[in-house]
Write a protein that binds this ligand. Structure first.
Ligand code: BDR
Ligand code: CA
Length: 304
């Protein structure tokens, strides 16, 4: 039986690839896509999620969620994702959002699902945290939480913090306190998923579908990461999807994870004790990058 999942996202170039991958994964039953402001403002991330859902031809409800973190102000990342969030790649417009805000939709799905639901968080964690904070008993209905979030060493938005963790650290702390199994795809892990021009060309050669073409165009728009030597851009968010469907491509270890909430230069830092303490999470460690890109290309090529 496919695993029921909710994808909470902020598309976002790598979110776009992750969403298409999830839609193309027979192991997953995507019950809803919930959207927050993150890489760009909510109006754009929502429009992008709707457009991607229609492009893939799936009838998954897309719910609008938080346009800002629990505390503080919204800050986007247009340097990486472009002002439109998809690197200037224009998709045909999608349909209308489903009625009801993201946190309400997440709670309703958790309440009504026959099987526990896995939460996949690939943006600021605000929607997921709001859902669990407003009805904590529903945590029992959460099978697992898979996040692209955090770093055990250097951040990407500040020297201390990764973008999703930094965007809403209080929300991440709420998820960690929920007592469910949390898996982290950190910056150290996603650095191994480096989308080089050669790998994107290999994807393109796999088919002629519009989704494959869009994924290639969107990923090719991302500026190469100077932090990682300028050879390509890390494909962060698909790691949080693929670790559910292809766990053998990853190694992981238990860890005790906390997030820094204090104001100042370390806010949003994920302090990951991978060698001691009482574990409250699993941190993905290594990735078979060739296997990762092969599966992604094959899966994207199955979409229209
Ligand atoms: C994360 O932040 C966003 O810019 C990406 O979509 C990804 O979710 C990487 O730090
Ligand atoms: Ca994201």
């Amino acid at each position: 039986m496919p695993r029921p999942v909710i994808i909470d996202c902020d598309p976002g170039t790598d979110d776009a690839v992750a969403l298409l991958l999830a839609f193309a994964s027979p192991e997953l039953d995507v019950r809803a896509v919930t959207v927050a402001g993150g890489n760009v403002g909510l109006a754009r991330t929502l429009a992008n999620a709707l457009a991607l859902t229609r492009l893939a031809g799936v009838s998954v409800p897309v719910h609008a969620g938080a346009d800002r973190p629990l505390l503080g102000a919204f800050t986007g990342e247009p340097r990486v994702h472009g002002p439109d969030g998809l690197g200037g790649i224009v998709l045909p417009p999608g349909g209308a959002p489903a009625p009801g805000i993201a946190a309400d939709a997440i709670r309703a799905i958790l309440r009504q699902s026959a099987d526990p639901v896995t939460l996949v968080g690939i943006g600021p964690a605000t929607n997921l945290a709001l859902a669990l904070a407003t009805e904590p008993a529903l945590a029992e209905r959460v099978a697992a939480i898979a996040l692209m979030s955090g770093a055990w060493a250097e951040g990407n938005v500040t020297p201390a913090a990764e973008f999703n963790a930094w965007s809403d650290p209080e929300a991440l702390a709420i998820l960690l306190a929920a007592g469910r199994p949390v898996t982290f795809a950190t910056l150290e892990l996603t650095a191994q998923a480096l989308a080089t021009p050669e790998r994107i060309a290999q994807w393109r050669a796999k088919g002629t579908g519009r989704c494959l073409a869009a994924a290639c165009d969107i990923q090719a728009s991302v500026p190469p990461s100077q932090r990682l030597g300028g050879r390509g851009a890390p494909l962060h968010d698909p790691c949080a999807v693929l670790c559910l469907t292809h766990p053998r491509l990853f190694t992981s270890r238990p860890a005790h994870v906390q997030v820094e909430l204090a104001a100042g230069i370390s806010r949003g830092r994920t302090v990951m004790n991978r060698w001691g303490g009482v574990p409250n999470a699993r941190v993905l460690d290594t990735l078979d990058a060739d296997g990762f890109f092969a599966v992604l290309g094959e899966r994207l090529a199955t979409l229209p």
